[in-house]
Structure formats: C-alpha cells, structure tokens
Design a protein around this ligand. Structure first.
Ligand code: SF4
Length: 347
C-alpha cells in the first residue's frame, strides 16, 4: 500500500508552500531542500548497499524527509546512529504485526470539525499544518488523512465558532504535521483570531521544527508569538541528546526570551534511547537548553513501527533506574495514550 506522507499532501488551506526562492526565509529554503531520496540519504552518510533495499521499501510506504540541519548531526558510516534510526526506513516497516494499526489513537472518532480534535476536557487540538520538516519512522500519524483535515481559511471559521461556543475550552494546542511548517502570515492570522475568544487562556504548540531546523525560530515568528496575550507553551519533540546542538539551544533561548515555557516530549524507541544513560543525557541536555522534560511516551502501535517498540515492563525498569540518577524535575512522566481515555495514562 502506498501511504501518503504528511509532506506530500496537497494542502487545501491558505498555507504557503515551502519556498526555495532566495527571498524566502532561511527556514523555508531549508524546508524546500530536505533530503527526500533514500539512496541520497545513504550516499551522504557513507552507508553501504545493505541499507538500500529496506530504505527503498520503507520509503514507498512513508517518504523519507531529512533536513540538512538534522543530517549534519548524524554520524557518517554508522547505521546504528540514534538520529539515523529515526529517519532511515528499514525493511521491517513492511511487516504486518498484530495490534499495530493505521490509526492507533482512533483520532478519526474525535474530529467534530475539519482539522479539530477534541478528546480532552478544556483543550482542543488544531491541525494547523499537514506538513512536517522531517518524517519520523515511528510517527503515530504516518497514515493520518491530512487531506481530509486541512481546512481552508473559510473552514477555519467553523472551527473558531466551535471554540467560541464552548466556554469550557481554555487551551488550544496547535499540532500537525508540524504547526510551525505553516507560514508566519498564516499562524499570525490564526493566533489573532484565537486571541479574540475571551475564554481562551493558553496557546500550546507541539513542534519538532526548532529541533530539526532551528532557523525556524526567527524574528518573524517571535514577533507574532511574543506579542500574543495568550500564555505560551512550546512542547518540543527530541528523543536523544545528540539532537540538541548549539543552534537548537540558541533557538530555545530565543523562545524563552519571548516568554515561552519550554517542555519536551519524547518517545521511547528501541535502538534510539532505550538505555538509562541515553535518557539521562537527554534530560540533562534539555535542561541545559532551558527545556523541562515532560512526557516519555511509549510507542503508539502504528503499523510500520513495531520494530521500535519497547515492552511496558522494560520501560518501567528503565524509568525506575533513571529515577536513581536524576532529580525529580528532570524526570519525564512515562505515559501511554489510550484511545478514549480522559488524559494520558501513566504506566
Ligand atoms: S513525529 Fe511529529 S515531526 Fe515526526 S513525522 Fe510525526 S508529526 Fe511529523
């Protein structure tokens, strides 16, 4: 089965597509120039022929996308590099495994408006962009029907009406894809409309872009984000300390200076961060960059990603051992997302 990737989707909204023109912001040029060819990815990293068949097969299911800024942090010639493991397709992605399905969180059942997911009390999630800068092989939305959930600006109006009518909603979470793949013009428009709804207090942005293309945190973004009346929380997504280099730390510092609370969520992934030392280093590195560890998710059982799974018992022992090494404020909460549950479920 050929699966549409988030970045392949024909965007039905007013979002600006990535632009490689020299007048486009640096981050948009980087977005337009991501590596999308598995053969090119292997060649650039000096990986031998043995990696290619799996890379091609997995790519046919969910396309490869790797920004240069992320590629530069991968160790050449090391097929076990923890960053490479997150982006290089393996032949195991083609295995059908019992319990691993296309929509593991059953999000299709919680979309009262196009692009709006309302699962939890007091907060809603908006699909602000169907695009991602990077395609993570374990992504629980790798089969998400973005085409059906990409509202036009007129359709956003129905979503805004929904938010206005439900005064129990205090927080809006921008998600995707990656919401920061949308243009600043589009995001500024959306956030201005949200600010007009008096009962909304918080704007939360779930994004991996500051990690994979730190240039995304530029003056244009800080202008609309920093000036918002809403309390601002950015939840990053980093899984390994090696992902957080000096440029990522500088992007985090810019967000903090704009009044943003910074948290991180990660996914426990076989072969990436399934060791106590890797998890401890991640928490330490995040805190050095001004980011608090928030959640450590066990893998959502999405088809094509079973080879990343770490059994619950092992996950609990890893976190128990981590607790012996870290102060409480550096401990992420080990959770699972259970379809239909009123919040994340602690393990
Ligand atoms: S995990 Fe996040 S950044 Fe990665 S492909 Fe999925 S939505 Fe995009």
């Amino acid at each position: 089965m050929i699966t549409r990737s988030p970045a392949n989707v024909q965007i039905a909204s007013d979002l600006s597509p990535p632009s490689s023109s020299s007048s486009a912001p640096a981050w948009q040029r980087q977005l337009a120039e991501v590596v999308r060819d598995p053969v090119e990815l292997c060649r650039r990293l000096g990986l031998g022929e043995s990696a290619l068949p799996g890379a091609r097969d997995g790519h046919a299911l969910f396309e490869v996308r790797v920004p240069e800024a992320y590629l530069s942090r991968i160790r050449p010639g090391d097929p076990d590099d923890p960053l490479l493991r997150q982006v290089l397709p393996l032949v195991a992605e083609t295995d059908a495994v019992d319990g691993f399905v296309a929509d593991p969180l059953e999000e299709a059942d919680h979309t009262p408006r196009r692009g709006l997911i309302h699962k939890y009390a007091g907060r809603v999630l908006l699909i602000a962009s169907p695009a991602c800068a990077i395609n993570c092989r374990y992504c629980f939305r790798r089969h998400f029907p973005y085409q059906e959930n990409s509202p036009s600006r007129a359709q956003w109006q129905a979503t805004l009406d929904y938010l206005r009518d439900d005064t129990s909603i205090q927080e809006v979470i921008l998600s995707g894809g990656d919401p920061l793949a949308a243009s600043d013009r589009q995001l500024a428009w959306l956030v201005a409309r949200l600010e007009e709804i008096p009962h909304l207090k918080r704007l939360r942005i779930h994004t991996r872009l500051p990690v994979v293309i730190p240039a995304r945190i530029d003056d244009a973004l800080l202008e609309w984000l920093g000036s918002s009346r809403l309390q601002k929380v950015v939840v990053l997504h980093a899984n390994h300390a090696q992902e957080i280099d000096g440029e990522v730390a500088a992007a985090c510092a810019r967000l903090k200076a704009a009044g943003v609370t910074l948290l991180n969520q990660s996914v426990l992934l076989r072969g990436v961060n399934d060791r106590v030392s890797a998890l401890a280093d991640l928490s330490e590195r995040l805190f050095e960059a001004g980011v608090l560890p928030y959640y450590l998710h066990v893998l959502d059982p999405v088809s094509g990603a079973a080879h990343f799974d770490v059994p619950d018992e092992e996950a609990r022992s890893l976190v128990d051992a981590l607790r012996d090494r870290l102060p409480g404020f550096l401990m992420p909460r080990l959770v699972r997302e259970v379809p239909g549950a009123a919040s994340k479920t602690p393990l």
